[in-house]
Design a protein around this ligand. Sequence first.
Ligand code: PXL
Length: 267
Amino acid sequence: SKVPVALTIAGSDSGGGAGIQADLRTFAFHCVHGTSAITCVTAQNTLGVTRVDAMAKEAIEQQIKAVCEDIGVQAAKTGMLLNQEIITTVVKQIDTHAIPNLVVDPVMVSRTGAQLIDDEAVKTLRDSLIPLATVLTPNRYEAQILSGLEIKSLDDMKAAAQTIHEKLKVKAVLVKGGGMQGSLRGIDIWFDGKNLETLFTQLVATKNTHGTGCTLSAAIAANLARGDSLFKAARQAKEYVSYALNNALDIGKGQGPVGHFFPLLKK
Ligand code: PXL
């Protein structure tokens, strides 16, 4: 039978920890052939981002077209889309090629609370891309913006998940607790219009957490490309991120990336 194919529409991280680089390794781990459309290029290492260059919109268009018209994809994920023009371009291509099983990581605010795209881009993301999502994976801050609710507790996370599902018409939403304090840190909330689920994981004590959000959304897309149901795809993806965190790489002087090929890593 044919190998499943997934597409990542996201930014490049020169340090290899997040973005396209994390997505392609995640696809490969799941035995899914990875294709990519690069939206922007970051100059980045474990200490931070020093420069971001947007790709021309025609370049983004052509990458998606080239992949979809010939190879075809069973699932896709979007990551860092940087600005309004890029978001609009990506929406048009997703629509034109009727890309199925779309996982949207609404990259707007980092896990630490720093805003990554401007207000105009936030609005376009919310009104045009997010309604196309099969699964949406906001962190705590993004869930606050998208729901209009303040999130301080587990009940707030649940209310935000339900509000986002209702207001933004996504099929399912996974609100990530990564930016929460204390015992809420490892907890994610799932809502698909029917089932409200609390996903627990053991907390991993590591400073090397770069790439967790990218890895999670890519793993969900990979599982969907393989034919898993929405909830199973998300639950297994969360487990994968836990393993990857447990095997994070101690490289560079700052925050190292999660380890994607943990069964092969020698401690
Ligand atoms: O996780 C957000 C993100 C997405 N895409 C790229 C990134 C980052 C965070 O560093 O570098 C390319």
